[in-house]
Ligand binder design. Structure first.
Ligand SMILES: NC(=O)C1=CN([C@@H]2O[C@H](COP(=O)(O)OP(=O)(O)OC[C@H]3O[C@@H](n4cnc5c(N)ncnc54)[C@H](O)[C@@H]3O)[C@@H](O)[C@H]2O)C=CC1
Length: 455
């Protein structure tokens, strides 16, 4: 699959040997041991795990500022530096190794990191919602991902730009990277099973190499990271589904298939990724299809309480769902539920191309009302012979527009996709099931693209 596998740790796999980023010099961090000890009361966490569009869309509640770290059992010894590796390779390898060790404690680590961060820089607290675990996890990952790649400058550089945009959208300032590093390493010292002094040096080096360019980019940024827009329409399709239009004050630059992070007035500081359902337009109008997930505060508020006139904040675009312009292969797109939004945007975009590629789209829903993009896709298919559309519905096989069943089954039944570029959009479970079925059916892993919202 493009770039990065469905990964629990969010880290890129080790790659070929190379030197560190050109010109990047390790910076000294303040001594980690100067961090005041975080408090030690137990933490209560909701059981539900976040998913794509509604990542962390769980009830907001006061954050226990007091994480309880789980001290680990037997201590694995970190491998010493190898004679044949550069300092950057050694640092990146240690980062990957230690990060794997702390994975089982990801939530506790995030809470501990947040508690340290807020104790060192109290003004950062205001950038987070009451419940910090999920945003702190995201911030941690956005720091550790480039740190694990400091030995591959070719991959590191393009990775930094969207991360910097996210940091700016969060409201982080350049001078706060120092304290982020101190909190990160302080938290890792608490949870890393094989943590020792050489490991700490490796982490400090990796952080310096990765954070230095991010800090510079934040300092150099001229335009605001966050745009604003007004909700101009809100149409409720069912009790848990709505289509909204937002008119930004100025068009938000993004590509078809990307998602934006969005903050709504009903849920301040709870940013959520949301995929525009139409190709970018000159007037900038954005269309969003939103499903209210169970217990999801933001998605519920979007469906039930958003109204024309509301002012939304729109963060930076991100995501890798898109068509590789260098490829001439035919395209298969598979979309589940509101995952149809970026797929429709991509088809609309391709309709503007001089030479669109033959494309088959499968859209699936549990019930026919879930197929919010189907009518528009049919219109496109009628106007453009390069596009074919099939719809699948788990319930209501009597709906004549759809065939019964699940998406993976219908896709595999529907043809031989081994020579296609494949784009998947939907819930993590749907993406996993469809990708597995396609792999078994002979589609190469690196031809499948999706946004790995999976945690
Ligand atoms: N860029 C992206 O990847 C985007 C992802 N999404 C995500 O898409 C999801 C859409 O949710 P809903 O509208 O509730 O639709 P849903 O999750 O109910 O999905 C409906 C379709 O997916 C199939 N499906 C669902 N789970 C499956 C499984 N385990 N195995 C096989 N097929 C499965 C169903 O058969 C049906 O065809 C959300 O998780 C949302 O966050 C939404 C927009 C963009």
């Amino acid at each position: 699959m493009s770039a990065e596998p469905l990964s629990q740790d969010g880290l890129a796999a080790p790659g070929p040997a190379s030197a560190g980023p050109a010109g990047a010099r390790p910076r000294r961090l303040a001594p980690v041991r100067a961090v005041p000890p975080p408090p030690t009361t137990p933490i209560v966490r909701p059981g539900r795990h976040a998913a794509p569009e509604d990542a962390a869309d769980t009830p907001d509640r006061p954050t226990p500022s007091v994480p309880t770290p789980q001290p680990p059992s037997p201590q694995p010894r970190p491998e010493p530096a190898r004679a044949d590796e550069t300092a950057e390779q050694h640092a990146a390898r240690r980062v990957r190794q230690t990060w794997t060790e702390v994975e089982p404690h990801a939530d506790e680590l995030a809470d501990w990191f947040a508690a340290l961060l807020f104790s060192l820089a109290p003004d950062v607290r205001a950038l987070f919602p009451a419940r910090v675990t999920e945003p702190a996890r995201r911030l941690l990952r956005s720091l550790v991902l480039p740190m694990s790649t400091v030995d591959r400058p070719g991959e590191l550089r393009p990775m930094l730009e969207p991360l910097v945009r996210e940091h700016r959208a969060l409201g982080l300032r350049a001078e706060q990277y120092e304290v982020l590093g101190v909190a990160l390493i302080g938290a890792m010292r608490r949870f890393g099973r094989s943590w020792d002094e050489p490991t700490e040096h490796a982490w400090v080096r990796a952080f310096s190499l990765a954070a230095g360019p991010m800090e510079q980019a934040v300092r150099a940024a001229a335009v605001p990271a966050v745009a604003e827009g007004t909700v101009v329409s809100h149409r409720r399709l069912s009790w848990d589904l709505a289509v909204l239009h937002v008119a930004p004050d100025a068009p938000v630059p993004h590509r078809a298939g990307q998602y934006l992070t969005v903050e709504i007035p009903q849920r301040p500081r709870m940013w959520r990724p949301l995929s525009p359902a139409r190709a970018p337009r000159p007037d900038g109008l954005l269309e969003f299809h939103v499903r209210a997930v169970e217990g999801g505060w933001v998605s519920r508020a979007m469906v039930a309480h958003a109204a024309p006139g509301d002012r939304w904040r729109l963060g930076p675009p991100a995501g890798r769902l898109g068509l590789d312009l260098r490829s001439a292969r035919e395209v298969l797109m598979v979309a589940g539920g509101t995952g149809g939004a970026p797929v429709l945007a991509l088809c609309e975009d391709m309709a503007r191309w001089a030479r669109p590629r033959p494309c088959t789209v499968f859209v699936g829903g549990r019930v026919p009302e879930d197929l919010t993009v189907l009518d528009r896709l049919h219109e496109l298919a009628e106007a453009h012979p390069w596009l074919a559309v099939a719809a699948v519905c788990e319930d209501d096989p009597l709906d004549e527009r759809t065939q019964p069943g699940t998406l993976p089954d219908a896709v595999v039944r529907g043809g031989d996709w081994s020579r296609h570029d494949v784009l998947l959009s939907g819930s993590p479970a749907m993406i996993r099931a469809t990708a597995s079925a396609l792999l078994v059916d002979g589609v190469a892993l690196d031809r499948i693209t999706y946004d790995p919202f999976t945690e």
